[in-house]
Write a protein that binds this ligand. Structure first.
Ligand SMILES: [Zn+2]
Length: 447
């Protein structure tokens, strides 16, 4: 009996302890749930944006009109004009101003004629304002005119473009963290101002990536062939390796094909929903790396690496890719001279007659645009993406008029028909991909 009684008491205290434990577990689960919810919320947090009232005191009464504003890669660029009389202009800048007054200046090219000042930061489409460098707060984007008597005048910007939606920009992932930047025009009565709101988030939205890797060709398109080697297979294997390496840096990476594709070429139609151009444009990524192997049927027998980029852009990163690949993968710069800008760096444009060309539906192009479709068609208006469906065999790029573009690089790793090149890429592809990874890491200061 005694024992039984004792036993019963012990049982009661067990039950009590179990109930406490259960309660504790439930509480802990609720706590974890709340924290997770909070994190989810923070992912999509809308920033508190400043109001126009904050800057009304520092700006002049006239406003500048913005005729183009573009985010290409990691940079914001704009151009526009201001009506202003007898200004005796010494210099013109774009000022990115915090509410506290602190400002960052972006160089512009400008011209003054008959009371009209035109300005542009678009000289290099991947320069301008570095969105990656902005601290977490609100900013105004203002035109700053410095007169010869050192007087400084600020003008707010109004939107004179066809773009009305704010741009949602996400900085590259560093230490599991990103900034979200909302780029928008605020209006209040007849006043207008361009503003940036920067806020920290803890996770990129599901459909937003840092980098896109595009292994060239695929499906029934093998690309170049040499003996039993096919270009599409070599670049796919390397693309998957590059994805792993960039993910090890903490970057979020999208790959345009992974080898599960069928032989139906349509699957890889570049403008289809799951086509490479559409995938890149929808990715929110800042940079795309397209991997290819070169080949030349003529008597050109030298091998080596060629990095292609858009015209009108700063080529520092392109040069970094070429230099690092030559160093780390023990290869050479290509000796090909056509379209060469620097050792290993190439820029090729369409150079078609705007009035007569129907090349791939490009009739009516008014300017030089990149020759390589992947660089051109992912850049929106920054690169003159133009395929409008008028040539039915090439489909339509619905992102051709976008003012947000992905900075594109196409890397020809080596020549399929040059034995030393082919052997080096097949055996040491890892070193090429490490060189690309190191370039991205140092250029964007990821780690
Ligand atoms: Zn190719």
């Amino acid at each position: 009996m005694n024992n039984k009684g004792k036993h019963g008491e012990r049982k009661k205290s067990y039950q009590k302890r179990n109930r406490m434990l259960l309660l504790f577990i439930i509480l802990a689960m609720v706590l974890v749930y709340i924290i997770c919810q909070k994190r989810e919320d923070e992912t999509y947090a809308t920033t508190t944006s400043a109001s126009i009232g904050d800057i009304i005191d520092i700006v002049e009464s006239g406003q500048a009109n913005v005729s183009r504003y573009i985010v290409y890669g990691t940079h914001l660029n704009l151009e526009g004009s201001l009506d202003i009389t007898n200004p005796e202009i010494e210099d013109v800048k774009i000022a990115i101003k915090k509410a506290s007054g602190e400002e960052t200046l972006v160089d512009t090219t400008y011209e003054y004629e008959n009371g009209n000042l035109s300005f542009s930061t678009l000289d290099k489409i991947n320069k301008g304002l570095d969105l990656e460098s902005l601290e977490e707060t609100n900013y105004y984007v203002l035109l700053k005119v410095i007169s010869s008597n050192e007087q400084e005048s600020y003008y707010s910007l109004s939107n004179d473009t066809e773009y009305s939606d704010p741009i949602e920009y996400y900085t590259l992932t560093r230490n599991n963290s990103n900034n979200r930047i909302d780029i928008r025009f605020l209006t209040q009565n007849s006043a207008s101002a361009m503003a940036l709101s920067v806020s920290k988030i803890h996770k990129l939205p599901n459909d937003v990536y840092d980098v896109v890797i595009d292994p060239g060709h695929g499906g029934n398109d093998t690309g170049a062939i040499s003996g039993s080697y096919e270009e599409d297979e070599i670049v796919l294997e390397n693309g998957l390796e590059l994805k792993k390496k960039l993910e090890n840096l903490g970057l979020k990476v999208l790959i345009t094909r992974d080898g599960t594709e069928t032989d139906e070429y349509d699957t890889y139609n570049i403008y289809d929903e799951d086509g490479r151009v559409t995938m890149a444009n929808k990715s929110g990524a800042k940079i795309l790396i397209s991997l290819h192997m070169n080949s030349n049927e003529s008597d050109f027998v030298d091998g080596g690496v060629e990095v292609y980029a858009a015209n009108n852009m700063d080529l520092t990163l392109a040069k970094t890719f070429a230099d690092n690949i030559v160093d780390e993968a023990d290869t050479t710069y290509s000796k090909m001279q056509t379209d060469k800008v620097e050792n290993g760096v190439y820029v090729r444009t369409l150079e078609v007659n705007p009035n007569s060309s129907t090349f791939r539906g490009y009739k009516g192009i008014y300017d030089e645009v990149p020759y390589l479709f992947i660089i051109r068609e992912i850049g929106g208006i920054a690169t003159g993406a133009y395929v409008n469906g008028s040539n039915s065999s090439y489909g339509e790029n619905i992102y051709r008029n976008s003012n947000v573009g992905v900075e594109g690089y196409l890397i020809e790793l080596g020549y399929m028909n040059v034995n030393s090149d082919l052997r080096n890429v097949v055996n040491n592809g890892d070193l090429y991909m490490q060189a690309i990874t190191d370039s991205i890491n140092s250029y964007y200061k990821i780690r």
